[in-house]
Design a protein around this ligand. Structure first.
Ligand SMILES: NC(=O)c1ccc[n+]([C@@H]2O[C@H](COP(=O)([O-])OP(=O)(O)OC[C@H]3O[C@@H](n4cnc5c(N)ncnc54)[C@H](OP(=O)(O)O)[C@@H]3O)[C@@H](O)[C@H]2O)c1
Length: 279
């Protein structure tokens, strides 16, 4: 095929901000002056592929810019099923990579069983607030942590976690001893570092740890295959109001860098996205 016909040109709609962006940079090799890539929602404005038509929406790997060329749409983009009747922005979060990572990580990596004790770090983050709710649906006992009391309240009141704590207040080891007197069966790790070191000491025999940061790196075929099943399930749960999705929306491409830096300071509550264009 002629290379000039094999591209799709897309207009960026929503940019999703996550640590996964860094993984994507590593995967794709990043050089100074290159445009930053990450997960987002976009509208097709010209296409060399039959499967993608002008005016259709996609989610997947997009760039931090208004308009992009995408030379690998089959590998990098997934067409959005607009019959789902949910906001388009959801495909930059719960119905995009964050949701899929939470779903696959929880079901495939954690292999959960009813009644197990679960700990979710960064419980109020884009992935964490979904994992906690998935765990509750399965009948687990779920504790989350976050860096502010506002987030801790959200976990306990709006999102149905059994308990939550502010990991910035006091000594980490005593906190874990207090909230997990019977140990931890499943740790959904969104942060690594010192928290992971301390949690290892509390893990029960046959416990499982999902290293969420690593999950972000397997956006291959196995992962994509799960998407239709997950999307149908998640849309149904949202419509039945059995799943709460928290979005942290920032407007303007010019704010994308400060918005991204903010997640390293815990400024986001739920999934942080940046709106690049409105219809
Ligand atoms: N979103 C995706 O598409 C995706 C996919 C696969 C895997 N992942 C992985 O899942 C993890 C969470 O991603 P996310 O999108 O849900 O991000 P997020 O939780 O929405 O945002 C990051 C949160 O991590 C906490 N944090 C920041 N710096 C920290 C530090 N130094 N130590 C401890 N906690 C810190 C902050 O919350 P606190 O208030 O808790 O401090 C911050 O709000 C990442 O490791 C990411 O690579 C994400």
């Amino acid at each position: 095929m002629d290379l000039r016909e094999s591209y799709s040109r897309i207009c960026t709609w929503r940019v999703t901000l996550t640590f996964a962006t860094l993984c994507v940079l590593e995967d794709f090799l990043f050089f100074p002056h290159m445009v930053v890539r990450g997960y987002g929602v976009a509208k097709v404005i010209k296409s060399g592929y039959e499967e993608l038509k002008e005016g259709e929406y996609v989610w997947g790997i997009t760039s931090w810019e208004d308009f992009s060329w995408n030379f690998y749409p089959q590998q990098l983009l997934i067409k959005i099923n607009i019959t789902h009747d949910v906001p388009l922005s959801y495909y930059a979060g719960i119905l995009g990579m964050s949701g899929l990572a939470a779903y696959v990580g929880w079901n495939e990596i954690c292999c959960p069983k009813q009644g197990e004790i679960v700990y979710v770090s960064s419980g109020a983050g884009g992935v964490g607030h979904l994992v906690g709710q998935f765990a509750k649906m399965m009948g687990c006992y779920v504790v989350g942590s976050a860096s502010t009391n506002q987030k801790v309240d959200l976990l306990k009141t709006e999102l149905g976690f059994d308990d939550a704590f502010n990991y910035k207040e006091g000594d980490l080891r005593s906190k874990l001893n207090k909230y997990f007197p019977k140990g931890i069966d499943i740790y959904f790790d969104n942060v690594g570092g010192e928290m992971l070191d301390e949690v290892m000491l509390k893990m029960n025999i046959n416990g499982r740890i999902a290293a969420s940061g690593m999950i972000s790196q397997f956006h291959g075929t196995d992962y994509k295959e799960k998407y239709p099943e997950y999307a149908e399930w998640a849309v149904k749960k949202l419509q039945e109001k059995k799943l709460v999705y928290v979005e942290d929306v920032i407007t303007g491409l010019e704010n994308v860098v400060s918005a991204f830096v903010g997640i390293y300071k815990g400024h986001n509550i739920g999934k942080r996205i940046v709106v690049v264009a409105e219809e």
